[in-house]
Design a protein around this ligand. Structure first.
Ligand SMILES: [Fe+2]
Ligand SMILES: [Fe+2]
Length: 193
């Protein structure tokens, strides 16, 4: 599914279930970061009209996801806490070298976004299947579908704007690299932890 090389250990859900407040807090910031990423792509690459159009729509969708998660937090009588450090994203960024042509930078940012969407989607699917809390399981099932579409869109743009063969090779290398990162994760009650 989604090309990911290492599936999440289902026992990660047991860790999550013990601390729903923590997962929802982390998740809210994932949606905020997805919104920020879409805005920053518009600012950095304004001449890519198709991308700007899609990112404009994505900003709205991701901030609506943020609202959905925030509402869940409030419904349960909690208040949104501070942002959590995302070790996964920090490790992932190390894969991409600094510099390169403008197109290379764009492709890297699109592949990075595609992968985060893919892994989030995989985690949401697991939550939708394994959570005992049925209301939350249904919530994650709906979000899973959205994130799968985002993954396809980002990968599609990378292939459209970059050299198809080089992009596909880079994507495979990134998937291998991500699988290595994941070996040390799945131990925390965060979306990518
Ligand atoms: Fe989202
Ligand atoms: Fe997304």
């Amino acid at each position: 599914m989604l090309g990911l090389k290492l599936p999440t250990d289902p026992r990660w859900v047991n860790i999550v279930e013990k601390n729903i407040e923590e997962i929802l807090t982390d998740h809210a910031y994932c949606e905020q970061k997805a919104t920020s990423t879409a805005i920053s792509l518009i600012v950095s690459f304004p001449e890519y009209t198709d991308l700007v159009k899609e990112m404009t729509a994505l900003v709205k969708e991701e901030i609506s996801h943020f609202k959905m998660v925030h509402d869940k937090i409030l419904e349960r009588g909690w208040v949104l806490g501070r942002d959590r450090k995302d070790d996964y994203v920090i490790a992932l960024l190390k894969f991409f070298p600094k510099g390169g042509s403008r197109t290379t930078q764009l492709v890297h940012r699109l592949l990075y976004a595609a992968l985060i969407e893919a892994r989030s989607c995989e985690r949401f699917r697991l939550l939708s299947e394994e959570l005992e809390d049925q209301e939350l399981a249904e919530f994650y099932r709906k979000l899973m579908v959205s994130e799968a579409n985002h993954y396809t869109m980002f990968l599609g743009f990378a292939r459209q704007y970059g050299n198809r063969k080089e992009v596909d090779q880079k994507w495979q290398e990134l998937l291998e690299y991500e699988a290595e990162i994941m070996k040390d994760l799945s131990k925390k009650e965060t979306i990518h932890g």
